[in-house]
Write a protein that binds this ligand. Structure first.
Ligand SMILES: [Fe+2]
Length: 284
């Protein structure tokens, strides 16, 4: 069993790096960390970076997960290799550009790319954005899946990942007490579906709602409150069609007897307040 202890970073392909970073800093409220070659790094917490934008498209999307030790990293590599999954150690250049001690990569059955990493750097300076959106941390990622039950089985078989609720077949999965760290999202191809940043309060969500509306940013869903995690949320669309989310108040599951709940795939199951996700299934 591979013990993931944290989300490390995302790598996100951008058709226009300048546009992606301008949106990240001026609209989302992230801080630009550095520029190297065809990469620009941004963050909203104590990590060295939360997102590394890379010149390209969805083929560049990667989710990084952290394990606790070099022994755990090697055991993880061997476990996946032993199960017949293609795994590949990272190069020296790859380690340097990711700011990690070591890593290897693999893909899930849908074709999403992942990296298991050791000792990702923290920043020695506090996060200091140019726009105060109230961001406290990068908390979860939405992942497209062509078969949610199959991909959930993949995560629960090899990793300390478990479902905390389902909406239809889509699992809300976690490796720790936070209600979800991965939200599976049924789709016809692979890719990161949304990127979540926690904010300090409902006031931050509502301030951003008016800020984004005034800037004519496409609001995809919300403001609302998830029935499953209890988090209040706002989803909006950035460059390359990437969806970003602010949320506050996600459930921390401390009850050892907690059992995942099955909800139907309906708008009501996504929002307790009545907001409808702007996705094809729910368009009138
Ligand atoms: Fe989310």
């Amino acid at each position: 069993m591979i013990e993931i202890i944290d989300l490390a970073y995302l790598r996100v392909g951008a058709a226009n790096l300048e546009e992606a970073v301008q949106f990240a800093t001026e609209t989302i409220g992230l801080q630009e960390v550095r520029r190297e070659d065809d990469r620009i790094y941004v963050r909203g917490d104590e990590r060295d970076h939360d997102i590394c934008y890379v010149q390209g498209g969805v083929e560049q999307h990667v989710v990084g997960f952290e394990v606790a030790s070099d022994i755990a990293l090697e055991a993880a590599f061997n476990e996946l290799a032993g199960a017949g999954i293609d795994v590949e150690w990272g190069s020296e250049g790859g380690k340097a550009d990711r700011r990690v001690g070591n890593f290897f990569s693999f893909s899930d059955p849908t074709g999403n790319k992942f990296e298991i990493v050791l000792r990702p750097h923290k920043s020695a300076r506090r996060y200091f954005p140019t726009r105060d959106a109230g961001i406290s941390e990068f908390s979860h990622v939405g992942l497209k899946t062509t078969d949610a039950l199959r991909d959930e089985r993949f995560w629960t078989t090899y990793f300390n990942i478990h479902p905390n609720d389902w909406i239809g077949d889509a699992g809300l999965l976690s490796f720790d007490a936070v209600h979800h760290r991965i939200a599976l999202f049924p789709a016809d191809k692979h890719g990161i579906q949304h990127i979540n940043f926690q904010v300090d309060s409902i006031d931050d969500i509502m301030r951003s709602y008016y800020f984004l509306s005034e800037k004519q940013v496409h609001i995809v869903f919300g403001p609302g409150r998830h029935v499953t995690s209890g988090a209040m949320f706002l989803y909006y669309e950035g460059p390359d069609g990437m969806i970003y989310e602010y949320s506050h108040g996600v459930k921390i599951i401390e009850d050892p007897n907690y059992r995942p709940r099955q909800y139907p795939f309906t708008p009501e199951a996504f929002c307790a307040w009545g907001a409808k996700p702007d996705i094809p299934e729910f368009r009138d």
